[in-house]
Design a protein around this ligand. Structure first.
Ligand code: ATP
Ligand code: FE2
Length: 328
C-alpha cells in the first residue's frame, strides 16, 4: 500500500493539537498547546488562542517531523463535537491549507479519533471504549458498522464535574490531578450515586460534593475521596453492564480523566473479573491531540473517503454513532 503522510488538526475545546502521522501509524509529530486556564473555558477566547497559535504550532510540528507543507498528502481536522468557535478555527485552517496546497481533506469525529488512536497504540482490537474527559463521558462499542454509544452522561461530563468542584473550592485548575492527590488521604462521606438505566448524571453529585466540602467539620480530603469513589463507581457500573451486553472482550480507556489511577484501578479490576483485556494508551495520545485526528483521517481516506469543501461544515453536536464506519 502506498505510504501517505497526514496532518491532523484538533481544536474542540481549550486545547489546540497538531499531529503528523504516516499511514503505517508512526507518529512523526504531536504538538499540543493549552489556552491558559483561568476559571471556566470561554469558547471565543479559546478560539482566539487557537487562531494565534495555529501557525507557530504547525511550524513546530513540521520541524519535529522534518517535513515541509509540500510533503503533506492528506489533511484531517476535528469536525465536532465541541465548541463552535474553536471548531471553526481548525476547519478554516484545514480548508485553507487544503486549497492552497491542493491536498485532500477529511473531517473527523473527535470521539472516534480517541478510539482509533487507542486501537493503534495498544493491543486492543475490538474494545468497549470508556471515553472520559472534560467535555465527554461515553461508553462506546463497534456494532453493525457504527460506533454505538451504550451509556453516557445525561448532563455534565465527569471531568467537568471534578474541575467545577475544584473551582468552587479554589483548589486550582484543572481539578483532576488536585482532587486525585487530595483523595489519597481521604475516607468516605456519603454522596449521591446516580445511574439511570445505562446513563449517568453528575450534576447532583457536583452540588452535593460542593455542599459537603463547605460544611463545617468535613475534611476536603474526605470529600475528594468520596467524589472520586462515587463518580468512578457509577462509571465502572455502566461500563460493566455495557461489557456484558456487547460481549466485547476488551476495555479501552480514552480521554484526559483516564489518567486517573483510581479510575484505572476500578475499571481494570472489573475487566479482569470478567476475563476481559484492559488497555490504556500512552499519555501523549490519551487526552485531546492532533495525532488521533490524523490517524482517523488516514483510516477514512484509505477506505475511500475524501470530503468536498461543502461537506466540511463543523458540527457542535456531532454524534459518535452518526458516522458510518467504512474502514472496519
Ligand atoms: P474533550 O474535548 O474530549 O472533552 P478535554 O478538553 O476535556 O477533552 P482532555 O485532555 O481529554 O481534554 O481532558 C482534560 C480533563 O482531564 C480535565 O477535566 C482534567 O481535570 C482531567 N484530568 C486530568 N488529569 C486528571 C486526573 N489525574 N484525574 C482525573 N481527571 C484528570
Ligand atoms: Fe476528547
Amino acid at each position: 500500500m502506498e505510504k501517505v503522510i497526514c496532518l491532523g488538526i484538533e481544536a474542540t475545546a481549550e486545547k489546540l493539537g497538531i499531529g503528523i502521522l504516516d499511514s503505517e501509524g508512526n507518529i512523526l509529530a504531536n504538538r499540543t498547546k493549552h489556552q491558559p486556564l483561568k476559571g471556566g473555558i470561554h469558547p471565543r477566547e479559546a478560539a482566539q488562542h487557537h487562531a494565534e497559535n495555529l501557525r507557530p504550532l504547525l511550524d513546530l510540528a513540521l520541524q519535529d517531523a522534518g517535513l515541509a507543507m509540500g510533503d503533506i498528502e492528506l489533511i484531517a481536522f476535528s469536525r465536532g463535537p465541541g465548541m463552535g468557535p474553536c471548531l471553526r478555527v481548525a476547519a478554516v485552517a484545514a480548508r485553507t491549507l487544503s486549497l492552497k496546497h491542493g491536498i485532500p481533506l477529511v473531517g473527523v469525529n473527535h470521539c472516534i479519533g480517541h478510539i482509533e488512536i487507542g486501537r493503534l497504540k495498544t493491543e486492543a482490537k475490538d474494545p468497549l471504549t470508556l471515553y472520559v474527559s472534560g467535555g465527554n463521558t461515553q461508553v462506546i462499542a463497534f456494532e453493525g458498522g457504527r460506533y454505538r454509544v451504550f451509556g453516557e452522561t445525561l448532563d455534565i461530563a465527569i471531568g467537568n464535574c471534578i474541575d467545577q468542584f475544584a473551582r468552587n473550592l479554589d483548589l486550582g485548575a484543572p481539578g483532576g490531578p488536585v482532587v486525585e492527590r487530595l483523595a489519597r488521604k481521604g475516607s468516605y462521606v456519603p454522596l449521591p450515586y446516580t445511574v439511570k438505566g445505562m446513563d449517568l448524571s453528575f450534576s447532583g453529585l457536583l452540588t452535593a460534593a460542593t455542599g459537603a466540602a463547605r460544611t463545617e467539620g468535613n475534611r476536603i480530603e474526605d470529600v475528594c475521596f468520596s467524589l472520586q469513589e462515587t463518580a468512578f463507581a457509577m462509571i465502572t457500573e455502566v461500563t460493566e453492564r455495557a461489557l456484558a451486553h456487547t460481549e466485547k472482550e476488551e476495555v479501552l480507556m480514552a480521554g484526559g480523566v483516564a489518567v486517573n489511577s483510581r479510575l484505572q484501578e476500578m475499571v481494570r479490576t472489573m475487566a479482569r473479573e470478567r476475563g476481559a483485556g484492559f488497555f490504556v494508551p500512552p499519555g501523549d495520545v490519551l487526552g485531546d491531540n492532533g495525532a488521533m485526528i490524523a490517524w482517523t483521517g488516514i483510516l477514512m481516506h484509505r477506505s475511500g473517503i475524501t470530503h468536498r469543501l461543502e461537506e466540511t461544515r463543523v458540527e457542535q453536536r456531532y454524534r459518535t454513532d452518526q458516522v458510518e464506519v467504512t474502514w472496519r
